[in-house]
Design a protein around this ligand. Sequence first.
Ligand code: MF3
Ligand code: CO
Length: 256
Amino acid sequence: MSDTIYIKSKSEIEIMRQAAKIAAGARSMGRQAVRDGLTTKQIDKAVHEFIVKSGAKPSCLGYAGFPAATCVSVNEQVIHGIPGKRVVHNGDIVSIDLCATYKGFVGDCAGTYPVGEVSEEAKKLIAVTRQAFFEGIKFAKVGYRIADIGAAVQEYVESNGFSVVRDYVGHGIGRSMHEAPEVPNYRPERARPNPRLVEGMTICVEPMVCAGDWHVNVLADGWTVVSADHSLAAHYENTILITDGEPEILTMADDI
Ligand code: MF3
Ligand code: CO
């Protein structure tokens, strides 16, 4: 990935808003499809159809060979679950993550949703993961640096007894799904690029949280990332725009 951070112009931001709105709508469709008895492939289909119907392209499909529009990750699966025959049941938690490309720009968002009634731990994990995003973006403003976002995410998650994944991070976004800078969900221990936030930057802030330890493994399918201790995991992501004031959450919708 190039180190260049692309600052978006007014007209590019307008297209980013449209791409992000489609991604947010697709996430809402996916959330509604997270129901007892449905397969992860059926959840993917609802997302995929919405994206195509909106005149956009499912950016994950074919990305580095990923075979679907949506990453669907169940329980101890953190991210990058491949949709398939697996049926989700009451008590499961299901993370969906998708991107939509519209007029050359990408919107990216994710969320974790319960199937029916889930455990108290699962409810808390989902709520803490979502809130961690909002704690992080309190620092997504001119005057702060990228690492301030991750430090706030980590502090909030750990103070609630959970852990943040280190092996995967958020990212800049624009004409490509992944642009510079990396956006870790923790305060990096070693020096790494830690750019200042600038008006016109578009980034994805995406806490990935484990109920237990933060170490993860990748399954034999080459994609599915699971918590090493098989504890429950959750994910929450929005595409945001750095402005001259509060960040604008481009993939926001009222039901997620
Ligand atoms: N939406 C994911 C992200 O935040 C990307 C999915 S990986 C893919 O980076 F290969 F499926 F596209
Ligand atoms: Co992302």
